[in-house]
Design a protein around this ligand. Structure first.
Ligand code: ADP
Ligand code: ADP
Length: 229
């Protein structure tokens, strides 16, 4: 029961090989953390998973379907700036379902079920009191909780997270890590969590993957992390 299946994936930019024969399966319910040094290809892999870019070879299957088409909202939480600054918390969360369901240029139809789902999510993430506020009025941790709610609105088979807590202070960061682990447990979410923080990866992950630098770095040193995942 794999939510994600990556097989023999290669990706180069020009003559620079970034992803070298990546094989990886993520089963339903895993909180899979991917750790690796800056520049090793983590963001590249995420762009492939989002369908924003394509692998040179190999296959990527998400929930049974090839990740071939750009999906405006496959459920991703970035480090920063994933919220619309001019929209309230509630509207930001609702935007998650809107983006996943219909093209942005179609008129927006109200959907009662979606609104109820958004409210329940806001309750769960203790954001109800902040519902009518704008992102700049919130703390960093709250903003990331809104971003998580937004990403979950599309009920993604796989929640992608790209250094989601990287910009938070240590205390908030730890709270958010615990929070995510609880959410994962309760809702049996399948999560693919990218970070360059090994402690974080070990702490929250049910499985830890390491992606190493394929090339020697600028100083010509050999990679120090085991290759592959
Ligand atoms: P992060 O490590 O936070 O994911 P980025 O993905 O933004 O950072 O960038 C990682 C590296 O990739 C940087 O060295 C950056 O210069 C390089 N990079 C990102 N996008 C491009 C691009 N379009 N062309 C060339 N290099 C890029
Ligand atoms: P990470 O997220 O692990 O920091 P990236 O996936 O951003 O790594 O980058 C991996 C490598 O690919 C880096 O060496 C970066 O310079 C290069 N790279 C990323 N995007 C591009 C791009 N669009 N064009 C050229 N090189 C790129």
């Amino acid at each position: 029961n794999n939510k994600l299946s990556i097989e023999d994936v290669y990706k180069s930019y020009g003559n620079k090989l970034v992803l070298d024969n990546i094989d990886l399966k993520v089963a339903a319910g895993e909180l899979c953390t991917l750790v690796g040094p800056s520049g090793c290809g983590k963001s590249t892999l995420l762009r492939l998973l989002l369908g924003q870019e394509f692998a040179d070879a190999g296959s990527i299957i998400i929930d049974g379907a090839p990740a071939r088409h750009p999906d405006p909202h496959r459920g991703i939480v970035y480090q920063k700036y994933s919220l619309f600054p001019h929209m309230t918390v509630f509207d930001n969360v609702m935007a998650g379902s809107r983006l996943s369901k219909q093209a942005w240029y179609l008129p927006w139809k109200r959907d009662k079920d979606d609104e109820a789902f958004a409210i329940s999510m806001l309750e769960r993430l203790r954001l109800v009191d902040a519902m009518r506020k704008f992102p700049h009025e919130l703390s960093g941790g709250m903003q990331q909780r809104v971003a998580i709610a937004q990403a979950l609105m599309s009920k993604p088979p796989l929640l992608l997270m790209d250094e989601p807590f990287g910009a938070l202070d240590p205390d908030t960061r730890e709270q958010m890590q615990i929070y995510l682990m609880e959410l994962h447990e309760e809702h049996k979410l399948t999560i693919f969590f990218v970070t360059h923080d090994l402690d974080e990866a070990c702490y929250i992950g049910t499985r830890l993957l390491v992606l190493s630098q394929y090339y020697t770095d600028d100083r010509g040193e050999e990679p120090t992390v085991a290759r592959g995942a």
